[in-house]
Design a protein around this ligand. Structure first.
Ligand SMILES: Cc1ncc(COP(=O)(O)O)c(C=O)c1O
Length: 401
């Protein structure tokens, strides 16, 4: 069981009655992470992978230790973990690095965040790739047969989200990975909304690439991770090359390094990567199982409560079997931005409103072109906060509709 009172003390942002229900967009950052980054700036501020002096060696050690911690969180080997800015950069790296050729097919889904969608539309634009978009029902469930039909011998990559950032619905990754591999395709997972909230094991999932963002998992902005299966490291091309990515350069040749350094051109975001390592440590110490259990308890309250509020339409799964603590809803007759503004003004509650960077899902499946309200819970949220939110919503529904 998670000690939420003591966890809340780690987050200086939580004060003055603020209720933060927007962790799907970005999470709060705890003191140990902030302190770890300050430690870098105060104690061993130097470049990594370059200097021979002791302090630079120490910075390099801390940077590589961070890689080990973050890799450990998803059961990857350290050399399979590339530090990047965020999920978007990881997804772009793979879309550009797998050497797509004319005639290759790509399979993705209607639930994707734009960051895992327009990269494939761009491939279609540039190469004429056939992009197949697997749809889901209004509850956010996929039919595995649709993947079976869409993935063919020509499919180069299947790229799917693990958890919808709109519906909180869980995608059956293991089963989709099996379908992809049986047909000889690669599989990439957008894990921006899963790595922060549940135990992830890339080997158990059986995936080739998995991208996530540090800023959604108690880490700083500007650092994220991309898992690349060891056997694929050599065949994927880096997005950028330059300092730090080479073994040798002559006047008319260069030899690119092997391993994750090949993808980390130039001086990396050192403090941020070290901070992300500390965030991985922080989450592991609390226990990913404890975090998801806590979120599940809050999600149950949230779902039961939302279904009681007058005029509320909850989108996505109406059971928690395959769902995380992300809730999207509309109140009949009230614009989603008005609901978000009213929650902020009346009760200091922060939620997201709009299309959540998932316009294909909003338009084609939910039929909510104008967007929805999204409230999401994380390890620092409490039952009391959920109750305050539900009461405020009831009031807004009465007065604005
Ligand atoms: C499912 C999903 N994928 C990708 C992203 C993009 O993440 P970032 O902005 O950190 O690159 C997000 C951000 O909300 C997301 O929810």
């Amino acid at each position: 069981m998670l000690d939420v009172d003591s966890i809340r003390k780690d987050f200086p942002f939580i004060k003055n009655g603020r209720i933060y229900f927007d962790s799907t967009a970005t999470s709060l950052t705890p003191e140990p992470v902030l302190n770890k980054m300050l430690e870098y700036y105060r104690e061993y501020r130097s470049n990594v992978g370059r200097g021979i002096y002791k302090i630079s060696q120490l910075a390099t050690e801390e940077y590589e230790n961070a890689r080990k911690k973050v890799a450990g969180l998803i059961n990857a080997k350290p050399n399979e973990l590339v530090f990047l800015r965020n999920s978007s950069e990881g997804l772009n790296l793979v879309a550009n690095g797998i050497r797509l050729r004319r005639g290759d097919e790509i399979v993705t889904t209607i639930q994707e965040h734009h960051s895992n969608f327009i990269i494939w539309l761009r491939a279609k634009e540039r190469l004429g790739s056939d992009v197949k978009v697997v749809s889901c029902n209004k509850s956010g469930s996929f039919n595995l047969e649709d993947f079976d039909k869409s993935v063919t011998k020509k499919t180069k990559i299947v790229s799917v989200t693990h958890v919808s950032n709109v519906l909180g619905a869980l995608t059956p990754i293991k089963e989709i990975a099996k379908i992809a591999h049986e047909k000889g395709s690669l599989i990439m997972v957008d894990a921006a909304q899963s790595v922060p909230h549940m135990k992830i094991d890339v080997r158990d999932l059986g995936v080739d690439f998995l991208a996530f963002s540090g800023h959604k998992m108690c880490g700083p902005t500007g650092a994220g991770g991309l898992y690349i299966k060891e056997t694929l490291l050599e065949s994927v091309e880096p997005l950028c090359i330059g300092g730090g990515t080479i073994d040798d350069v002559g006047v008319d040749y260069y030899k690119i390094k092997k391993g994750p350094a090949k993808f980390e051109a130039g001086t990396p975001p050192i403090a941020e990567a070290i901070g992300l390592g500390e965030a991985a440590n922080y989450l592991s110490q609390i226990g990913m199982g404890n975090i998801s259990d806590h979120e599940h308890r809050l999600a149950k309250m949230m779902l039961d409560g939302l279904l009681q509020v007058r005029g509320v339409r909850v989108h996505g799964p109406l059971s928690l079997e395959n769902k995380t603590g992300i809730f999207s809803f509309n109140i009949s007759g009230i614009d989603s931005h008005d609901v978000a503004m009213a929650l902020d003004a009346s009760s200091n509650i922060m939620v997201r409103s709009g299309h959540h960077c998932a316009l294909p899902l909003m338009k084609e499946v939910l039929n909510e072109r104008a967007g929805s309200v999204r409230a999401s819970v994380y390890l620092y949220n409490t039952e009391e906060e959920v109750n305050t939110f539900l009461n405020a919503l009831e009031e807004i529904s009465k007065t604005l509709s």
